[in-house]
Design a protein around this ligand. Structure first.
Ligand SMILES: CC(C)(COP(=O)(O)OP(=O)(O)OC[C@H]1O[C@@H](n2cnc3c(N)ncnc32)[C@H](O)[C@@H]1OP(=O)(O)O)[C@@H](O)C(=O)NCCC(=O)NCCS
Length: 144
């Protein structure tokens, strides 16, 4: 897919690998204290489809998709820098990505959240429709 870009209020949303600084992404993720070692966060971003928000070249948000582009997309690491929260940037970032024509046929968008349900509901997400269909295996992240 060609690089995707969108802008709003002087903030650039991009998936252009040349503009994505994974060290800065890891710094932002580290601030959330979610417990995954930096090496693992970096690998996760490298092996999925990352998007970032840049203001004057500085990273102010990120997210990543794990997707086959038609059947399934898993949304993860949705973060807006604390200084930029509450301005609609998070909803715009994820909403803009979800509206990409390349994803028009997507069958299922999925994510896990501990306490941001209200945020994702504004984008159309709802509780899992058939919880009894879902299964997973959880292996704790290594401590490093
Ligand atoms: C969650 C997060 C990405 C939201 O980004 P944001 O730019 O501040 O959100 P927006 O301004 O676009 O908010 C859009 C809507 O979601 C609501 N919202 C925002 N954060 C929310 C939260 N944590 N819980 C419930 N609702 C939330 C807003 O009130 C707003 O509602 P409205 O449209 O009715 O006014 C940001 O707070 C963040 O990075 N938090 C820390 C990381 C995190 O928890 N990420 C989600 C992990 S699953």
């Amino acid at each position: 897919m060609a690089a995707y870009e969108d802008t709003r209020d002087g903030v650039l949303l991009t998936d252009d690998p040349a503009k994505i600084d994974l060290d800065a992404v890891c710094d932002l993720v580290e601030l959330q204290d979610w417990g995954a070692p930096r090496r693992i966060v970096r690998t996760a971003f490298e092996h999925s489809h990352p998007y970032v928000l840049l203001e004057d070249g500085r990273l102010v948000g990120c997210m990543r998709l794990v997707t086959d582009t038609v059947m399934f997309a898993y949304v993860d690491h949705v973060i807006v820098a604390e200084s930029h929260r509450g301005r609609g940037l998070g909803a715009w970032m994820l909403g803009s990505v979800m509206a990409r024509p390349e994803y028009a046929e997507m069958h299922r968008w999925m994510l896990l959240t501990e306490n941001a349900h209200g945020f994702y509901r504004t984008l159309g997400f709802d509780d899992f429709s058939r919880p009894s269909y879902a299964m997973d295996i959880r292996v704790p992240c290594p401590k490093e």
